[in-house]
Design a protein around this ligand. Sequence first.
Ligand SMILES: Nc1ncnc2c1ncn2[C@@H]1O[C@H](COP(=O)(O)OP(=O)(O)OP(=O)(O)O)[C@@H](O)[C@H]1O
Length: 599
Amino acid sequence: MPLFINRDQIFAHQVHLLEHKLRSKEERLLELETENAILHLRLAECLGKLHLGHEEKTKALAHHQHHRNAEKITQSALTKLLSEVQALKQDLSEVFAVYVSFANELEEQSKQLLKKVDQASLTLRDHNGDEVHDLQARVEALEHSLEEEKERCRAERQRRKELHNTLVELRGNIRVHCRVRPVLPIDNIQFSGPGPAPSEEVVYAISDDTVVVNCLKTGMPVQNKIFEFERVHGPEDSQDDVFEDIKPLLTSLLDGYNVCIMAYGQTGSGKTHTMIGSQPLGEHSGTKQEAQQGIIPKAAAELFRLISEKPAESHTVEVSVMEVYNNEVFDLLARDEQGNAVSQQRDVITTSSGTSQVTSLTSEPVFSASEVMQIVSRVLKLRAHCNTLVHTDSSRSHLIVTLTISSKSPNALALARRLQNAKKDMQRSTQREFWSPRCHRANPAARNSPDKLFGSPSNSPCLSPSPSPCPSPGRTTSPTPFRTKLQLVDLAGSECVGISGVSGAALWEVSCINRSLSALSDVLGALAEQRPHVPYRNSKVTHLLQDAIGGDAKLLVMLCVSPTQRFITESLQSLGFGTRARQVQKVLPRRKNNTLKDK
Ligand SMILES: Nc1ncnc2c1ncn2[C@@H]1O[C@H](COP(=O)(O)OP(=O)(O)OP(=O)(O)O)[C@@H](O)[C@H]1O
């Protein structure tokens, strides 16, 4: 075995040992460095915590300081407030003291015043009692005279109305009454457009002589149109109220005047209701039916009542009924050879005296109002009717009921009128002599008999025995009846085809109705403007009613109007017609000229 250890080996061993130590040292160093780092971190953390604590402490200190400052401010404000309150308390007690003394003073003063008032009233009662009584008496007297003034005013208004009526009569004006009917189901139609609803009430009877129409247009202020007539009836007025204002005309009949009452208005406005009544005539009896009766039955009853006050058998009455349909005149009382009722066409002629006359018109004697109404209700079945969108039972013709009254013993007024008419006929006769020598050849007596007042029933000194409205001079042999006539006219209603929705043959009817009504309007226009020519002959109805419209008959137009927006255009048209009619002054000499031109 080698004794010598290799030096290199020892050296390597030592290096190895040293390396081992170094490594251990390095590991230890790493450990210590790690510990150091951890300690550094802990230190940083502690330092952070310490810093935070310091900040909080500073904040808390600042907060504390702030509180202390606020406390100080509040304390000083409180001190100031307390001093102010003290000052106010002082002021208040001073004011209260003043008030108390003032109240005491007032109480004292009012006590003294009350004492004075008591003394004054005692003095008044003692010394001025009479004056108070005087004053009371004067107040009573004033109230009384106010009542008297009111009464005088009422009487004055009544007098004014009567004077107006007399003036109307003297001037021969056409009287116009107006009736606004109530709102009825026919005023309601389906409506969804803008503007006022069709069923809205726009026509009002605001007093007994004034009608107002509210003309409504979307987006425009309401415009009121005012119309005045001799009498205006509102929806609440009964058939009796309407008749009451017409009644005096019937007395005129027996005083020698011809009278015509004519209902005018658009379809469905209440003409037939006003003239005839709404219930079927003759089917019911009793007061209810009488209340619903229109002008025709009531006028017949009044006429026979007036006649019953005259000497027995001094008056006789005849009735005739016609209709103007499609501008043709039909006699509704005519009968065929077998005696069956058939309506027959008739002609209207102008007599040589200038009056109009229906040829061969049938008339039947009647002895009571019920007989008149039996005849009227019988012939009403023959009258033309049609169902329209406005009215389910619309009359398609103008109906004319004529009552002719013959009097054997006319009263003084009637005699005076007879004399007047005779003079007029004389004047006509003289004039016609110039225009037409044929006339006095036909009746030469006419020229020479101004005093023959009780002669022929002829209404003309030169013509045939026509059913005369008024008597004329004639033969002197026996007193002939003195005749007047009452014409009661239910005109067909004007209508707008768009609204009534008629078609076919009914269109022709509507056209005839509208044309005849506009002819009536033209006649009134010509008369109102006193034009030399009055176009009576433009339509059968104006020709037929010529004497009533332009002659010396008393004519009353009864305007019937619907109250609602749906018919406002037609209502305004009817009211305009009435206004025009009121302007007509029926001057006889003019009519005479017109008549001659008409021929
Ligand atoms: N004052 C009124 N009070 C109650 N109802 C009324 C009144 N006026 C009219 N009427 C009713 O209105 C409807 C139409 O009236 P009416 O037949 O008199 O119209 P008109 O004017 O004669 O129509 P047309 O010209 O189409 O014949 C009827 O049912 C009638 O009873």
